[in-house]
Design a protein around this ligand. Structure first.
Ligand code: SF4
Ligand code: SF4
Length: 300
């Protein structure tokens, strides 16, 4: 890896879906690197903290979107906004015999149409606190993580904010490496976690769905011209599928970085709340992940 003084090297670890071992690899890399900044971009199901036992340092609200509110005193109850709302978020409200309307916050998508159509200027848009952003310390490195409120969107925007704070933290702490635990899938949050990455590691499993999801990740990286490598977790449970994944990587002109064997030590380490390379460094999985890390650290 060749970091520059201006921009840290950003290694993003992704998978086509959850449960492939992506966070196991990310947390182990964080432990092995020792002098990085860790960014947990899986803001819908943040779980790096379960393996890194962070001590919270700062917390801030994330205002990721807006919602409409009707001023009851100005509303004449004409119903125009309710008829135009594509999300059916505006409903008649009981108000001492006076006809008026109110907006159900959980149904409002913040499109702003109701503001535009109200003849009384009774509707206005207001920022919504959609989650929280945290900066913590761990025994390995600073951790930037976040939590999106259930049912709220904008996870891509919060992911971008986590990365931005991680870069800021790297600059403050003089760290030249950011290890990013990306969200699962290939949606907006994953794209937000990949944009501008220095290197991507795609973690998959030797199953049909693992192959399918990996193909989608590789296509995404190809579109964004990102350097990507592939590793297979639990590779020995299905050598045939692992072989096909090697072939897929080869056909996609992507480096096959290595295999991690199935190892019950991982589950035991997770129950202890530790990365496998710290909890059981001599286990087969820890050795395989350490070899993967050595490969990245040497820039090969
Ligand atoms: S368009 Fe304006 S005045 Fe009419 S129901 Fe909606 S908020 Fe009330
Ligand atoms: S902002 Fe859009 S979604 Fe929300 S209530 Fe108004 S029209 Fe409906």
């Amino acid at each position: 890896m060749k970091p520059t003084p201006q921009a840290p090297f950003e290694l993003v670890i992704v998978s086509g879906k959850g449960g492939t071992g992506k966070t196991t690899v990310s947390a182990s890399f964080a432990a092995l690197a020792g002098n990085a900044v860790i960014a947990d971009c899986d803001v819908d199901a943040s779980n790096m903290e379960l393996l890194l036992s962070p001590t919270l340092r700062t917390k801030e609200d994330f205002t990721g979107g807006k919602q409409a509110v009707i001023d009851a005193a100005l509303c004449t109850g004409c119903g125009r906004c309710a008829r135009q709302c594509r999300f059916s978020a505006i409903h008649p409200a009981a108000d001492a015999g006076r006809r008026r309307f109110a907006i159900e916050p959980s149904e409002c998508e913040g499109c702003g149409v109701c503001v535009a159509v109200c003849p009384r200027k009774a509707v206005s848009m207001h920022p919504v606190v959609g989650g929280e952003l945290f900066r913590s310390d761990t025994v390995f490195s600073p951790l930037v993580h976040a939590r999106l409120k259930p049912g709220l969107g904008n996870s891509g925007k919060l992911t971008t904010l986590v990365r931005s704070r991680a870069r800021q933290t790297a600059a403050e702490c003089g760290r030249s490496l950011i290890i990013i635990d990306g969200p699962p899938g290939v949606g907006c949050p994953t794209i937000a976690s990949l944009t501008g990455a220095s290197q991507v590691l795609a973690v998959t499993e030797p199953t049909l769905s693992g192959e399918h999801d990996l193909a989608r990740i590789l296509e995404l990286c190809r579109q964004f011209h990102l350097p990507v490598q592939v590793c297979v977790n639990k590779a020995d449970i299905n050598p045939e599928a692992t072989g096909r994944i090697r072939k897929l990587a080869e056909n996609s002109c992507v480096t096959f970085a290595g295999e991690i064997p199935y190892d019950e030590a991982i589950a035991k380490a997770t129950r202890k709340g530790k990365p496998i390379v710290s909890a059981q460094p001599d286990s087969p999985a820890a050795k395989a992940i350490t070899a993967l890390w050595d490969r990245f650290a040497s820039g090969s």
